[in-house]
Design a protein around this ligand. Structure first.
Ligand SMILES: Cc1cc2nc3c(=O)[nH]c(=O)nc-3n(C[C@H](O)[C@H](O)[C@H](O)COP(=O)(O)OP(=O)(O)OC[C@H]3O[C@@H](n4cnc5c(N)ncnc54)[C@H](O)[C@@H]3O)c2cc1C
Length: 449
């Protein structure tokens, strides 16, 4: 079989690339291959399905299979691509009907990430789950329905681990978060980390820090988890979430370059080291907009952009990825934590001279209750006076994620603190103030120069 465009991966990168191709050139019918039967599902929504806020797993489909076909792509599901042979411009794909060779003009690698598996014995036990694919989510949901577990451990206090802790609590379980580091959510500043830990504990979640899980053992009444600091915890189930690494095994035996972390190396056009092979999303490295270094950002937002740029370039519309600033929001119970850009340490390492401030402000005029206390940290570079990072924590009702997006837009447009104050942001008392809290934070920072 020969195809103009073959895309490996039917998730954010793969489908974004295919949709862009169809927008720009209706004569191309991309072939999208996935090794599961869930094309274009929002895996970001898995914690909300487990928590019961999303009622059916099928609701997590961004688009249904028939919508993808109607959009003009061909789907080959439950088919694993086992090898890429760039010299012959072909891939080797295997499914239950056998093995097939598919030739391409352009190939897209959107193979995503895989779970980092920590050195813990017992990860293979049926009561232990990783949360990456729809299969994982459906199996875990069935396990909860069938076995009615009472107690769960979440191993890993990063954002997915904390979203899962929230979900399991909503599902009625007692939850313990086990974290190796001295804090949960180390991507935000120490004050926010403490506020998040307090919040989790106030919601009844036990948080155990500085503790390395070493062993999960099956006992008569569930699982026994043991580790450093004399950890001995009895639970009925455990979720392991300690991070993502690139799924780049298809580089083996090819000249496809990968970095020290295993991510496909790409240029700004998202081409790999082989010109007609593109890669993006969790399997590839990501250019950092501020530092101009390559990093690893396993984020759906980044993957969508990579896919669109790949689609454009395949159709001859030159398109370049400017870089990510790692903008991200997380909802935990009634709180939202958002971040964008660099923290002070990253800024210093990148050669900036960071200066920062933190403020607490009402999200809108307090005379229109309820107003919510909002914590804002903002970082600028002393020399250029440009904003280079921000973090916000506050109520789900306080538009935290859209406020961080104001900072993200400012950083992307290299705005100075003075320009930021000139931004013409909207105001009505139930939603903001004449100076939005983000502007108040930047005006406070201006005084520190
Ligand atoms: C629980 C969870 C919550 C998340 N929440 C957020 C969030 O709130 N915000 C955010 O921005 N990001 C979030 N993310 C990250 C986001 O989901 C990923 O960054 C994004 O899905 C990456 O997209 P991708 O297309 O690169 O790869 P993936 O979504 O990982 O998809 C990879 C695709 O490749 C296919 N595949 C892989 N290998 C092969 C092969 N050999 N042959 C055939 N097919 C193959 C798979 O079947 C799949 O279709 C979350 C991730 C998880 C796991």
């Amino acid at each position: 079989m020969k195809k103009d465009v073959v895309i490996i991966g039917a998730s954010d990168v793969g489908i974004s690339a295919a949709l862009r191709i169809r927008e720009l050139d209706q004569s191309i019918k991309p072939l999208v291959i996935a090794d599961n039967k869930f094309p274009n599902f929002s895996i970001c929504g898995i914690p909300f399905f487990i928590g019961g806020e999303v009622k059916k797993s099928s609701n997590l489909a961004h688009r249904k299979e028939k919508d993808l076909k109607n959009a003009g792509m061909e789907l080959l599901l439950e088919t694993k691509v086992e090898k890429v042979v760039p010299d012959e411009k072909k891939i080797i794909a295997v499914n239950n009907k056998g093995t097939q060779e598919i030739y391409y003009d352009n190939l897209v690698l959107g193979t995503g990430g895989v779970n980092i598996e920590p050195a813990i014995s017992g990860l293979e036990l049926p009561e232990v789950f990783f949360m990456r694919w729809m299969d994982d989510a459906i199996s875990f949901d069935n396990f909860i329905k069938e076995n009615q577990p009472q107690k769960a451990a979440v191993i890993g206090g990063g954002y997915v681990g904390l979203e899962m802790a929230d979900a399991l609590k909503k599902r009625g379980l007692e939850v313990t978060v086990l974290e190796f580091m001295d804090s949960v959510l180390t991507t935000v500043n120490p004050r926010f980390r403490k506020l998040i830990k307090d919040k989790l504990e106030n919601e009844g979640i036990e948080v155990i820090l500085n503790t390395e899980v070493k062993n999960i053992e099956k006992i008569e009444s569930g699982l026994k988890i043991s580790g450093s600091n004399d950890l001995k915890l009895k639970v009925d189930t455990a979720v392991v979430s300690v991070g993502t690494k690139p799924n780049s095994f298809l580089a083996e035996g090819t000249e496809l370059a990968i970095n020290e972390r295993g991510a496909f190396k790409v240029n700004k056009k998202m081409q790999t080291s082989i010109k007609d092979i593109y890669a993006g999303g969790d399997c590839a490295e990501t250019l950092d907009f501020l530092t101009e270094n390559y990093r690893y950002y396993a984020l759906g937002t980044v993957a969508h952009k990579h896919g669109r740029i790949i689609g454009s370039n395949i159709c001859g519309k030159e398109s370049y990825f400017d870089g990510s600033i790692g903008t991200q929001s997380i909802k935990l119970f009634d709180q939202v934590i958002s971040r964008t850009g660099l923290n002070e340490k990253e800024a210093e390492e990148a050669g900036f001279d960071p200066i920062s401030t933190e403020i607490t402000a009402d999200d809108h005029k307090a005379y229109y209750p309820p107003a919510y206390k909002t914590y804002i940290k903002v970082i600028a570079d002393k020399d250029s006076r440009q904003i280079i990072g921000a973090q916000i924590l506050g109520s789900y009702h306080a538009e935290i994620s859209k406020r961080i997006d104001i900072f993200a837009a400012a950083i992307y447009n290299q705005m100075t603190v003075e320009k930021f104050s000139q931004l013409d942001l909207s105001y009505t008392p139930p939603l903001s103030s004449p100076w939005d809290p983000v502007q108040k934070a930047v005006q406070q920072l201006e005084l520190e120069f």
